[in-house]
Design a protein. Structure first.
Length: 358
């Protein structure tokens, strides 16, 4: 491969090793949970489906997929300036998100090995997939003369504790939204190969099938636990998780619309498509979904997008911290108000018997 050494425009912890991006409310999270509660879960209500999913995981369809081919053997120095910065950021965020899945699933596989072997085996096989995804992305970063120190990331990141029920809502949605994100980019570039400026996107078709299978696993787990789906609390929490996932993605992606433009996508249309698809997919298991066609939904999100732009602009000024805080306060309050408004948009009740294995 032809590479030239160039001064890095990124902060490094060692030469060639990128300093992890600063953690904010919008960066990918690392999770931990109550392993004992998870070990005690009774899966008998949907054990057959879970066994079928385990058999699929064992097939390991993507065993030979994540191998770098000749397409990568060239210099990527022509991707430069702002596009290069956005590309590196995209690869880092994706790698961090995949790696966070790997860590959680690996730990669950290890801790549940003796107490809940069916779950443990599924988690271990999913951690195998996530390790491949994270590794492939980290290797892609090396095309831009950088890598992430995943060991350092493991030790340095804060872990968010979620009870098992919330882990399942969150991971179900993140797998399904991941599927829709990858497949949408893949299909777009299939139609517009001239925008495929880097070969990793060619791998997204098989890759997203891993995420889809992972999502199906969490779908099956949720159906094995009717109490996670069939009461008023479940409806409130499902709304909360759907909204949080959609709002986080929208704010993140619109902030990086130049990245999507570099591969010929309009970030707004892309996100709206992914949100609609993920919302419809969630109706297969969640008791409620969000009414994303209600004009109030995107109106509120757009106000948050503009607030976040102003927050970043304030951050870039030379004002002292207390002054910055006072300027930011009304914007934080506005974001909170918009989130509450979003939460109170009447949801769509899913017309089916929840809690049944169907
Ligand atoms: Fe993944
Ligand atoms: Fe996954």
């Amino acid at each position: 491969m032809v590479t030239t050494v160039r001064p890095s425009e990124f902060e490094e912890i060692r030469p060639g090793v990128k300093a992890p991006a600063k953690e904010t409310i919008l960066t990918p999270r690392f999770y931990t949970t109550d392993f004992e509660e998870m070990a005690k879960m009774d899966l008998s209500a949907n054990e057959e489906e879970l066994k079928a999913i385990l058999a699929e995981f064992k097939e390991d369809y993507n065993r030979h997929h994540f191998v770098r081919n000749a397409d990568f053997d060239q210099s990527w120095d022509h991707i430069d300036g702002e596009t290069r910065r956005l590309f590196v950021e995209f690869l880092e965020r994706s790698c961090t998100a995949e790696f966070s899945g790997f860590l959680l699933y690996k730990e669950l596989g290890r801790r549940l090995k003796d107490t809940n072997p069916l779950l443990a085996e599924c988690f271990l096989l999913m951690s195998r997939d996530e390790a491949r995804h994270a590794g492939f992305l980290n290797k892609a970063l090396s095309d831009f003369n950088l890598t992430l120190d995943l060991g350092f990331l493991t030790k340095s990141r804060k872990y968010t504790f979620f009870k098992p029920k919330f882990i399942f809502y969150a991971t179900y949605l993140s797998e399904k939204i991941g599927y829709w994100r990858y497949i949408t980019i893949y299909r777009h570039l299939e139609q517009h190969p001239e925008s495929r400026i880097y070969p990793i996107f060619k791998f997204f078709e098989n890759w997203c099938q891993d995420e889809n299978r992972h999502g199906d696993f969490f779908d099956a787990i949720l159906k094995a636990q009717p109490s996670f789906l069939n009461d008023w609390k479940a409806k409130l929490w499902c709304r909360f998780f759907l909204l949080s996932v959609f709002a986080t993605m929208y704010l993140n992606d619109l902030q990086r619309s130049d990245f999507y433009a570099s591969i010929g996508l309009d970030a707004r249309s892309y996100d709206k498509h992914v949100i609609e698809k993920t919302n419809n997919t969630a109706a297969r298991v969640f008791p409620v979904i969000i009414d994303v066609d209600n004009p109030a939904f995107y109106e509120s999100l757009e106000i948050c997008v503009s607030n976040c732009e102003q927050l970043r602009a304030i951050d870039e000024t030379n004002a002292i911290a207390p002054v910055k805080f006072l300027r930011k306060l009304p914007l934080y309050l506005s974001n909170m108000t918009q989130f509450i408004k979003l939460y109170f948009i009447k949801p769509i009740e899913v017309e089916k018997q929840q809690g049944c294995v169907c």
